[in-house]
Design a binder for this molecule. Structure first.
Ligand code: PEP
Ligand code: MG
Length: 883
């Protein structure tokens, strides 16, 4: 079998499409060689050798040694050298290279083949003893670290002590003789640690390095990385062995890294850094400040160090030509490594470059406009999740961060402001035009006004679907939730963390994209919804099948949703409408009422307000579909809790405080999320459903008249598990519809449907579909009830689960496709069996998560619904799922 693939001198046995066999690096080295680019000759040992090695108890295939020897001889022929020859030695680099680049793997050994003899040849050939011995000590250090397992730090210590004793501060001050001394000490260290001398035989060195690469495929870090990224162990890694070229052979040598476009902004201009007289590791190590590659970049950076363009114009000219060739060949922005040895340019690596969301967007649109890629490819090239970065203010990457704690990145964007601890303080501050961050242990519906007033929200408890997280995302406000290390003392008005105390009024910053909490004010970048953004969205809209709706209840949210391109409202949570000051009183009156009559009287006060809410919503949506969900949360959420609050409310309502307390007490539940809520509430108190239905239908008529666009409302019943539950509530809704039609002399076209958010509802979807005219999968509650994990308390332990790799992702963020997803699939199938073509969507938080959206496409849902700020993400993700 063939285990080794050679490349060099304008040809190669491999090619770019052989990435599975040769790894990413090896495939691209072969491809560059085939393109006639200057690549130091070398060979790739295939990933199949890695697999065979592990299948055969760490033994290599029989033919491997012979094939490696032949490939080494081939390099020798091309370079005029011989591996291990003391007079004219071939030196090589050894690198790992899996299909995708993988942290945790052995990276690189340079200068392999050097020993006490060959170093003399290197000295003679280069005419530079200092260079030769510096190269040798680097090799010992690198090889011992990555192959022999002697810590890098131990070598650094020897070097540091030597420098200190000799009054040196920089490595460059060491002479050749100094390096010789260091080499002896390095070798002594190795011999002492390993009870074996540093290997002098180049062949032994080479096989040691090859073994280290294969060995690193199974080290703990690599295994963890693979598990988290779903990379099968069977892929294996390749090993690349390549003739050394030296960027540290004096002032006509250099080494650097470059991108064909700016990876930060996407600007179409060569971007990169290099160092004169240096080896690859020096650029990354950050000890010397690298220089710009182009003159334009140097001017922009106001650097006084000359660019490659001026110091080595010929090599620069060749390099920029190669960059263009590589980019048009690969049809993507490239990230490259190169070395210049005594004026001669060599390419060491090329691959598709990592980039920010902003750059990804610009590059994709530019390339499609230039005809380099198709519009569909452009749509596929921008990570939908990363779009978030573009829709919110972000912390300036150049700004200093004083991080005091880290929690969950619950709602993206960053904000600075004075610390406040109550919603009232937040509202006062907003009235005085002060920016504030509202810090709470957790938030409840009563904090909505405070959250509206604040620039950002910070909680010490609660997960990604806690109240604070969901509401903040809906509002498009940054939120960091579940920062367990922070203690909030409401009484003292302080926030303490890691020995630091912040008082009310102190300025802090939160970064909802990373979960960081920072001291003081930090510089921000504004979101830039440039032309490219609109262009890509247009292309995405042309490619997707699913509709995208928004979860919205306020006029503001609805308008934002439309601006971001929502095609309707998939979930209007009506409970959020009852917390405003004028409504909460009537709501509480209703809850306190002991008879149906009493409740009706209170509800009658709410009716005009609800009607007004819906009319406005319908008007803004202008004929687009709107799904309105009837009241869902348990009633006690609307009642005061502390003695103080109870006294205040009783006073305001003119009722006895004791009566109020008793009612609150009766309503309190051990497990409210599984308690008297959703349709259960509507069954006990049908007056509520009737009032809401009337408000919806009357609003539909009013908005239909005012806009001229007929409204067909979708009325949704929450938390149904049994068909009969839906039937009872639906009968009330239908009766009200009938009444309103008779009263108004108008026909109303409407649908009654249900949330599918309980396992039983998914399993009995065929029954339920007999009554339900549409389904909306409520995957927040469905996740909660399928896992039996409280969405409000999950934050305290899901972190441990993720750390111990029990789960990969928070199931409240990214749909658990195997478990909860199975129920969604079952629900969809059984629903369709009864009612073919039944309209189905998703309105849990997952409706804005790209991978969950991909899942929805496979189930054939008609739409996804998400918070307004995620609408663009959902549009792009839906397009990618369809392509
Ligand atoms: C759900 O449960 O998925 C849902 C959308 O409803 P809520 O989050 O309001 O419970
Ligand atoms: Mg729900």
């Amino acid at each position: 079998a063939k285990w080794v693939y050679s490349f060099g001198d304008g040809k190669a046995e491999g090619a770019a499409d052989m990435r599975n066999l040769l790894g990413g690096k090896g495939a691209n080295l072969a491809e560059m060689s085939n393109l006639g680019l200057p690549v130091p000759p070398g060979f790739t040992i295939t990933t199949e050798v890695c697999t065979a090695y592990y299948e055969n108890d760490h033994a290599y295939p029989d033919e491997l040694v012979g094939q490696v020897d032949a490939a080494l001889a081939e390099i020798g022929k091309l370079t005029g050298r011989t591996f291990g020859d003391p007079a004219n030695p071939l030196l090589v680099s050894v690198r790992s290279g899996a299909r995708t680049s993988m942290p945790g793997m052995m990276d690189t050994v340079l200068n392999l083949g050097l020993n006490d003899e060959t170093v003399k040849a290197l000295e003679a050939e280069s005419g530079d003893a200092r260079f030769a011995y510096d190269s040798y000590r680097r090799f010992i250090q690198m090889y011992s670290d990555v192959v022999l397992g002697v810590e890098h730090q131990s070598f650094e210590e020897i070097l540091e002590i030597f420098k200190e004793n000799n009054g040196y501060s920089l490595d460059t001050e060491l002479s050749a003789d100094d390096w010789k001394t260091i080499i002896e000490r390095f070798k002594a260290l190795v011999a002492e640690e390993l009870d074996d001398p540093f290997p002098q035989d180049p062949k032994a060195q080479l096989w040691g390095a090859i073994g280290a690469v294969f060995g690193s495929w199974m080290n703990a870090r690599a295994k963890t990385y693979r598990r988290l990224h779903d990379i099968p162990a069977s892929w294996g890694t390749a090993v690349n062995v390549q003739a050394m070229v030296f960027g540290n052979m004096g002032d006509t040598s250099a080494t650097g890294v470059a991108f064909t476009r700016d990876p930060g902004t996407g600007e179409s201009a060569l971007y990169g850094e290099f160092l004169v007289n240096a080896q690859g590791e020096d650029v990354v190590a950050g000890i010397r400040t690298p220089q710009n590659i182009t003159e334009a970049a140097r001017l922009k950076a106001r650097s006084d160090k000359p660019s490659l363009e001026t110091v080595m114009p010929a090599a620069f000219a060749e390099f920029s030509k190669i960059c263009q060739a590589l980019e048009s060949h690969y049809r993507d922005m490239q990230d490259m490594e190169f070395t210049i040895e005594r004026g001669k340019l060599w390419m060491l690596q090329t691959r598709s470059g990592k980039r920010t969301a902003r750059a990804a967007l610009k590059i994709a649109v530019d390339m499609a406009n230039d005809g380099l890629i198709t519009r569909e490819e452009a749509v596929m090239r921008v990570g939908a999740g990363a779009l978030d970065q573009l829709l919110h203010p972000t912390i300036d990457p150049a700004a200093k961060r004083d991080i005091v704690a880290t929690g969950l990145p619950a709602s993206p964007g960053a904000a600075s402001g004075q610390l406040v601890f109550t919603s009232e303080e937040a509202v006062e501050a907003a009235a005085a035009e002060r920016n504030v961050i509202l810090a709470r242990v957790e938030t409840s519906p009563e904090d909505i006004h405070g959250m509206h007033a604040a620039q950002g929200i910070l909680t010490t408890r609660g997960g990604m679907t806690s109240h604070a997280a969901v509401v903040a995302r809906g509002m498009g406000k940054p939120c960091v939730s579940g920062v367990g290390s922070i203690r909030i003392d409401y009484r003292a008005g302080t926030l303490t963390v890691a020995g630091r105390t912040f008082n009310k009024g102190d300025i802090i910053t939160i970064d909802g994209s990373t979960g960081q909490v920072l001291a003081g004010e930090v510089a921000m970048l504004k979101p830039e919804l440039t032309g490219d953004f609109g262009t890509l969205m247009e292309w995405a809209d042309g490619a997707r099948r699913m509709e995208v709706r928004a979860n919205a209840e306020t006029p503001n949210d609805a308008r934002t949703a439309r601006e971001f391109g929502a095609e309707g409202i998939g979930l209007c949570r009506t409970e959020h409408m009852f917390f405003d000051e004028d409504r909460i009183l009537a709501m509480r009156e209703m809850i306190l009422a002991e008879t149906s009559e009493g409740r009706r009287t209170a509800l009658a006060k709410l009716l005009p307000m609800q009607r007004q809410d819906f009319t406005e919503l319908f008007e803004i949506m202008h004929g687009l579909p709107v799904t309105i969900r009837l009241l869902d949360p348990p009633l006690h959420e609307f009642l005061p809790h502390t003695d103080e609050e109870i006294a205040d409310v009783a006073n305001a309502m003119g009722v006895d405080a004791e009566r109020l307390r008793r009612r609150a007490h009766t309503l309190s539940e051990f497990n409210p999320m599984l308690g008297h809520r959703g349709c259960r509430l509507l069954i006990s108190y049908p007056e509520i459903a009737e009032m809401q239905a009337r408000a919806i239908f009357e609003a539909a008529i009013a908005a239909g008249k005012s806009t001229g666009a007929p409204i067909e409302p979708e009325v949704m019943v929450p938390l149904v598990g049994i068909k009969a539950e839906l039937d009872v509530v639906k009968a009330r809704i239908d009766a009200v519809a009938q009444e309103v039609m008779e009263e108004s002399g108008t026909t109303i076209v409407y649908q009654v449907g249900t949330m599918i958010e309980l396992p039983r509802a998914a399993l009995k979807a065929d029954d339920i579909a007999q009554s339900a005219e549409f389904f909306s999968f409520g995957t927040n509650d469905l996740t909660q009830t399928t896992f039996g994990i409280s969405r409000d308390d999950a934050g305290s332990f899901l972190g441990d689960y993720q750390q111990q790799s029990i789960i990969e992702q928070d199931p409240f963020v990214s749909l658990d496709q195997e478990g909860v997803g199975e129920l969604v699939r079952i629900g969809a199938e059984r629903g369709r069996k009864t009612r073919p073509g039944i309209k189905m969507g998703i309105c849990g938080e997952h409706g804005g998560d790209p991978s969950s959206i991909g899942f929805c496409e496979t189930v054939g849902l008609d739409y996804v619904s998400c918070s307004p700020y995620r609408v663009p993400i959902a549009r792009l993700a839906a397009a990618q799922a369809a392509l």
